[in-house]
Design a binder for this molecule. Structure first.
Ligand code: MRU
Length: 346
């Protein structure tokens, strides 16, 4: 089901082309590069963002390093790959897809016997990560669309949309699948301060596809749930622990609390590559703290008094007791998560 949406990121003939999401919704601009360091910078600056897209971008950065290596012996090419991987690991700490994708690529390359073999293994694995992500999201859509009824109002936060993935998105995949099946519903998206992924990106995507969408401010969730009928919340995830703790864009945890208070089902949509089986508890998830200037300034214009800084946690953690279900490519996982997450991951 091709949507009226552009590809987030592509690797063609030794070049990576990605949408510069900092420019949306005002301009649909692409960056094209053959330099893996430029891709690492794009992840850090959030030109490419969203857990699965970060994973694909990291895999493509490694593919660029391998494709353009001048190394003559495989050990030398491997060392260059490790340097690239190390820099990528330092870009953003919370989305586990980044580390998952890097490990998968390195694993595929480690037994290469020549530079040519290493190059082929890295590029093919990176492309496979992208293909598999698109396919996983399509399946998330198929599993999740049954949750959406005709006439419903669905709430979401941030952008767990096509832009945040190879295609379809995670939280948006059930919306796109339901819409294609003729269901009509509307979406309320939290603007998602300070980077405004909801107002800028999710609103842009849904509007482009033709799904009615309205933006609410992050602090309006209480009054909106009191005044309007909200049938369902679907969010994305950056990392889910073995016990079902969900790290996602800051504001997700309060959204889950308000949803619980109002009896609104709260679902998380994520591919199994977002599940980190190595940790159990929420406080084990590294939470990214970004520069305060991203809060005190909007588009470079200062909105806070000079000399006052901001404390900016970019993610928060929702405990499993607030999560109704996790929509994965292998089906919807319901509580008890401790037991059922293992069924889709092992
Ligand atoms: O800081 P961002 O924009 O990378 O955060 C994105 C989110 O929190 C998404 O909900 C998450 O990565 C899932 S994307 C399918």
């Amino acid at each position: 089901m091709p949507l009226n949406l552009p590809r987030t990121i592509e690797f063609v003939d030794g070049r990576v082309r990605f949408i510069n999401q900092l420019k949306l919704p005002h301009a649909l601009e692409y960056v094209e590069t053959s330099d893996w360091r430029r891709v690492a910078e794009a992840i850090r600056r959030m030109e490419v963002r969203g857990a699965p897209a970060i994973g694909v971008a990291a895999a493509f950065a490694l593919a660029l390093a391998a494709y353009h290596t001048r190394a003559r012996v495989v050990d030398e090419a491997w060392k260059e790959l490790e340097v690239c991987a190390e820099e990528l690991r330092r870009t953003r700490p919370t989305a586990v897809n980044l580390f998952w994708a890097i490990n998968r690529v390195l694993e595929a390359a480690k037994s290469a016997g020549s530079v040519e073999e290493l190059r082929r293994a890295v590029v093919e694995t990176a492309l496979e990560i992208q293909r598999a992500d698109e396919e996983a999201n399509r399946r998330i859509g198929e599993h999740g669309e049954s949750l959406i009824g005709d006439g419903d109002t669905v709430m979401t936060i941030c952008n767990a949309g096509s832009l945040a993935t190879s295609y379809y998105g995670t939280a948006t995949a059930p919306l796109y699948a339901a819409f294609e099946r003729g269901k009509r519903f509307k979406v309320l998206v939290l603007e998602t301060r300070p980077y405004l992924q909801g107002a800028r990106l999710t609103a842009w995507e849904l509007h482009r596809v033709g799904i009615p969408v309205k933006i609410i401010t992050d602090n309006a969730i209480g009054i909106v749930m009191q005044k309007e009928r909200v049938d369902l919340v679907i969010t994305g995830a950056d990392r889910i622990t073995r016990k079902g703790y969900v790290a996602n864009k800051v504001g997700t945890y309060p959204l889950a609390l308000v949803a619980k208070e109002h009896g609104v089902p709260f679902y998380v949509a994520a591919p199994t590559s977002t599940i980190d089986l190595t940790i159990e508890r929420g406080d084990e998830i590294p939470i990214e703290v970004r520069p305060g200037s991203e809060v005190t300034e909007i588009y470079g214009v200062r909105i806070a008094p000079e000399g006052v800084d901001a404390l900016y946690y970019a993610f928060d953690v929702t405990p499993p007791k607030l999560v109704s279900g996790i929509i994965t490519e292998k089906g919807i996982v319901y509580p008890p998560f401790e037991k059922n997450i293992l069924k889709v991951t092992t």
